[in-house]
Write a protein that binds this ligand. Structure first.
Ligand code: UDX
Ligand code: UDX
Length: 477
């Protein structure tokens, strides 16, 4: 390790994985560390070609502000490539930023699927010709660093690999700000001299823009587990407020007023108290499942059950929302036209992984509804693919899935005709574009009664009611 120079000049850093985490992370690094060369590599050539596209509207993901940074640093000290081997060889620090989804079936169901992570480590080990620092950026179960150590020791016993854990805390849609002004940066390492040296090198990279007091260093396991726990706590807050929203609907209390009153207590704080149709995305559920799996694995059933409760409330919340819609139609939505507004799991992203919209829309279609689905950024292709996978996983045959898909259109919201004969508008993502729709004109073309189900609490209900709509809002009687 003595070969590494703590100075950043000539340092080369590689990220394996050019996804929602790998690219924003490396782009912000590159912006703040002009002396360091960053290479983002991926097995997916089509994706890399898109990252290299001159037309910035063709980048593979939508993340506000990312295009500007890419425009600034790409070709200077940020490069995208499928030449994984070369880039690994020439880099001193390698981030593993590949996806680590949940295992969906079998004995290890709900644990973290580490096959990409392990494959990636094995590949790095095989092609390395010099000592390296390996950084776990992907979210992994506690003690995954031991798996890495074993892989590197077995494949390249003569080289030294220092393992660091440096979890990501970026929320999609605000990833660039989260990376520029993080609440904290967490780096876990072993405590031997070489590991501390490796850790300090990464600390030095971050110190280009992060105040030292915000960089927390811990042991490897604490860092790995802190990531899972952070997401579990965020999920727990959302489930807590959502559980109370059900109580509000039957008592006449208002969940927004409660969130404000409760969140004003500085011991509690006001963030992550927005009641909704439930949390989605590729992380909160996956990381909760992982924590539950680990707790059971270590024989801590009570701990596992505690966190399972958070997930159950999340499912309960989206089921409650579906039931509310069905109830307003006396249980019968057969051949009812319904406009779904929003598919992404939150605003400002094109990501729909584990979005609550999927189950809600799928359920309405299986009950016979005819949907027009709109999202500001998610493509028609992804919406179809989300629904097809959902129904296939539920055991529906291909013919039935095609039949369901035939009940969907994808017309734009700026054309009032999109709402012709519609019985209901269902808001599933809080895109600001939906707040400014012309609800007067829309009401005129809808069938009556016209319902609005606001799953994100973004619309002014008194205005809508004065137009004539029948409104349902989460957490309000
Ligand atoms: C990340 C994390 O790594 C995950 O652990 C965390 O919990 C969520 O965020 P994300 O960036 O969202 O995952 O995944 P994705 O956008 O799918 O990007 C992963 C990339 O890794 C893909 O482009 C995939 O092609 C690439 N990959 C995967 C490789 O390059 N090599 C592999 O062996 C596997
Ligand atoms: C999360 C974590 O926030 C981030 O730190 C982590 O590293 C990756 O996982 P992400 O899943 O991208 O980020 O988005 P986040 O903003 O946390 O939202 C997750 C889900 O919770 C969304 O569906 C969102 O709509 C929902 N949510 C969030 C609520 O329902 N209410 C809230 O108050 C906040």
């Amino acid at each position: 390790m003595g070969k590494f120079n703590l100075l950043l000049k000539n340092l080369k850093i590689c990220s394996v994985g050019a996804g929602y985490v790998g690219v924003p992370t490396m782009a912000v690094f590159a912006d703040y560390c002009p002396d360091v060369e960053f290479n983002v590599v991926d097995i997916n050539k089509e994706k890399i070609d898109k990252w290299n596209s001159d037309d910035l509207s063709k980048l593979p993901i939508y993340e506000p502000g990312l295009d500007d940074i890419i425009n600034k640093v790409r070709g200077k000290n940020l490069f995208f490539s499928t030449e994984i081997e070369n880039n690994i060889r020439k880099s001193q620090i390698i981030f593993i930023s590949v996806n680590t989804p949940s295992v969906v079936t079998g004995k290890f169901e709900n644990s973290s699927d580490l096959s990409n992570f392990k494959k990636c480590a094995e590949f790095i080990a095989k092609c390395s010709e010099s000592d390296k620092i390996i950084v776990e950026k992907s979210t992994v179960p506690v003690k995954s660093a031991d798996i890495l150590k074993k892989i590197f020791k077995t494949i390249k016993p003569d080289l030294k690999f220092q393992i660091l854990s440096n979890p990501e805390f970026l929320a999609e849609g605000s990833a660039i700000d989260n990376l520029r002004f993080p609440d904290r940066v967490l780096i876990g390492s072993d405590k031997d001299t070489s590991s501390i040296f490796a850790r300090d090198l990464l600390v030095n990279v971050y110190k280009n823009w992060i105040p030292k007091q915000k960089i927390i260093t811990t042991n490897l396991y604490s860092s790995e587990l802190s990531k899972l726990v952070s997401n579990a706590f965020l999920a727990q807050r959302i489930s807590s407020i959502n559980s109370i929203s059900a109580l509000c609907e039957v008592t006449g209390a208002d969940i927004s007023e409660i969130a404000k009153a409760v969140g004003a207590d500085s011991r509690i704080g006001g963030k992550y108290l927005k009641s909704s149709i439930g949390f989605g995305g590729s992380c909160l559920k996956k990381d909760l499942l992982n924590l539950i799996y680990l707790s059971n694995y270590y024989g801590l059933k009570e701990v596992a059950d505690y966190w399972l409760g958070v997930l159950k409330i999340n499912q309960f919340q989206s089921k409650r929302f579906i039931n509310k819609i069905l109830k307003c139609f006396n249980g019968n939505v057969n051949n009812k036209h319904i406009n779904i507004l929003g598919w992404a799991f939150k605003q400002n992203t094109d990501d729909s992984r584990d979005s609550p919209s999927i189950a809600i829309a799928a359920h309405l279609i299986t009950k016979g509804a005819i949907l027009n689905i709109h999202d500001v950024k998610v493509s028609k292709f992804n919406i179809i693919s989300d629904l097809s996978s959902f129904w296939k996983n539920k055991g529906f045959c291909s013919e039935k899935v095609s039949e369901f898909l035939d009940r969907i259109t994808f017309k734009k919201t700026n054309d009032i005709d999109t709402f012709n004969n519609s019985s209901a508008i269902v808001i599933l993502t809080e895109w600001k574009e939906y707040k400014v729709l012309n609800f007067n004109k829309i009401y005129a073309v809808m069938s009556k009664p016209s319902f609005i189900f606001d799953g994100r609490k973004i619309l002014n209900k008194s205005k809508l009611k004065s137009i004539g709509y029948k409104c349902f809002e989460i957490g309000k009687n």
